[in-house]
Design a protein. Structure first.
Length: 495
């Protein structure tokens, strides 16, 4: 604890965002470059080095938060990087993309704004790269065992890096043309520039991990063939089976899934396309779904120049303070949060019909109507009560040339044939069944991440990758020194 009075004398100060009018004209990250480091040592001083640091339990990785806060306060960046990377393979990803359940569990958050844990984390990671503190760590010797990892999202990458460093020969199979999974084509550039992803992949290549892109297991390579070629297989394909909206008019053109829309915008940023064929430019956009994916669509549509863009959330607008009855500390509270995308839509008045920023709360879609060509032109909605029952007299229509469905995901995609070819057992909700050691019903085949857990946060994905790597290592060698931060049945703190 570098400053015993820091939590009393220093107010919380977050990484400032660039002005809205500036940042919506480009795809760069929304934060002011270079503005974090001058703040971060004093912000780390606010950490109280609690006797029981609940931030540890709130984070599935078990990040050693008070330790690296103290080291940052003393500006010992090398030691801080070592402590951070001891529990997290990719802190520059989580520092940008994780909603920070650790901050919800911060003891200071009982009666004050929490420590800026997420900002400290990303500051350490970026400083570590700048100072050359993250060199490749190839193994001293090889085990002679081989592992195939299917999927290169955060779970697959974490599992592959851990297993490679343990001495196994690892190949990562990715159906897309570039590695990264959801972080590559699902997360907009303004949330995380892909250069952060590229340098981690290059680090992994230097350590010995092989990447096989543009390869769909179940089509390009049969699952049974893969199983015979490797000593173990880890399925980390994510939960990509999107949820549908079954209402009249769904068959109209111009109604797209969010994960059909977002990858095209990312490919524009990658230089693959001059313009997205689903661009929101000049169109009235309605996003159905109030989560992070919907907010990603919102920020993307604003940057593409939408005529208007509105986001529908079926839940009522939450309050700005934690409800101690329904969301007691240290659980992650349901409160009103203003993401960068919502701030942009609010300031630019992109959704004139919205209740707050770009969102219409407690709104449920009734149907779509279109024009003579079969293209969607309007979304009809109604307000709902807490039990999602329609409120009489509240039905209305919004103009809609482009509708984006951001309703979440139910489990792994079944169309590639992987599940059927291996004969995997599924849970009733559609995820891959596994035992306490992350093993499926098929010998030598393991499942981790959203494919088995169901859609979750990036920090849980990385924790799953680290944990399944330890399970595979034990299977191959009889024991393992790799960490197991979580078990397959662990869940976030809740009531």
């Amino acid at each position: 604890m570098a400053d015993p009075k820091g939590f009393m004398t220093t107010p919380r100060q977050d990484w400032p965002r660039r002005p809205v009018e500036e940042r919506v004209r480009d795809w760069d990250e929304v934060y002011v470059p270079g503005a974090l480091l001058p703040l971060i040592s004093r912000q780390a001083d606010r950490c109280m080095d609690c006797g029981i640091p609940f931030c540890h339990d709130a984070c599935p990785l078990g990040n050693l938060i008070p330790e690296w806060n103290d080291l940052v306060s003393r500006e010992d960046w090398r030691a801080a990087s070592d402590r951070l990377h001891a529990t997290n393979n990719f802190p520059e990803f989580t520092g940008r993309l994780c909603p920070a359940p650790c901050e919800a569990g911060c003891v200071l958050a009982i009666n004050q704004p929490a420590v800026t844990i997420k900002n400290v984390e990303v500051a350490i990671a970026d400083r570590a790269w700048a100072d050359g503190l993250t060199p490749p760590r190839p193994p001293d010797r090889l085990s002679g065992k081989t592992v195939a990892v299917i999927g290169s999202g955060p779970t697959g990458l974490a599992a592959a890096q851990q297993l490679t460093r343990a001495g196994h020969t690892v190949a990562v199979y990715e159906k897309d043309d570039r590695a990264g999974g959801l972080m590559r084509y699902g997360i907009p550039e303004f949330k995380m520039e892909k250069r952060h992803l590229e340098r981690r992949i290059e680090q992994m290549r230097a350590e010995g991990t092989k990447f096989r892109t543009s390869t769909t297991i179940g089509r390009d390579v049969m699952a049974a063939d893969l199983r015979t070629r490797y000593d173990a297989v880890v399925i980390a394909t994510g939960a990509t089976e999107w949820r549908e909206l079954h209402v009249p008019g769904r068959e109209l053109t111009g109604i797209q899934q969010a994960m059909e829309y977002l990858p095209l915008a990312n490919r524009v940023c990658e230089g693959d396309l001059a313009k997205s064929p689903m661009s929101a430019a000049g169109r009235h956009v309605v996003i159905v779904g109030g989560g992070d994916t919907g907010a990603d669509c919102l920020g993307t549509a604003v940057r593409e120049g939408a005529a208007s863009v509105t986001q529908l959330d079926i839940y009522a607008q939450p309050g700005v303070e934690r409800d101690e009855d329904s969301d007691p500390w240290p659980t992650y509270p349901k409160i009103y949060r203003l993401s960068a995308a919502h701030e942009e839509a609010r300031d630019l008045r992109s959704a004139p019909a919205a209740d707050a920023d770009a969102r219409l709360f407690a709104a449920s879609t009734l149907r779509f109507t279109g024009d003579d060509t079969g293209h969607v032109r309007a979304l009809h909605l109604v307000e709902v009560d807490a039990r999602r029952r329609p409120v009489a007299g509240t039905a209305r229509a919004l103009p809609a040339d482009l509708v984006l469905l951001a309703l979440g995901f139910s489990g792994p995609d079944r169309e590639d044939g992987l599940v059927e070819q291996l004969g995997l057992t599924l849970e009733p909700r559609g995820t891959i069944a596994r035992d306490a050691d992350f093993a499926t019903n098929v010998p030598g085949v393991f499942a981790a991440g959203d494919a088995a857990r169901g859609q979750s946060l990036i920090v849980w994905a990385i924790a799953e990758g680290r944990a399944v790597a330890a399970a595979v290592d034990r299977r191959l060698t009889g024991r393992s020194q790799l960490p197991t931060p979580i078990g397959p049945y662990d869940r976030p703190m809740g009531v």
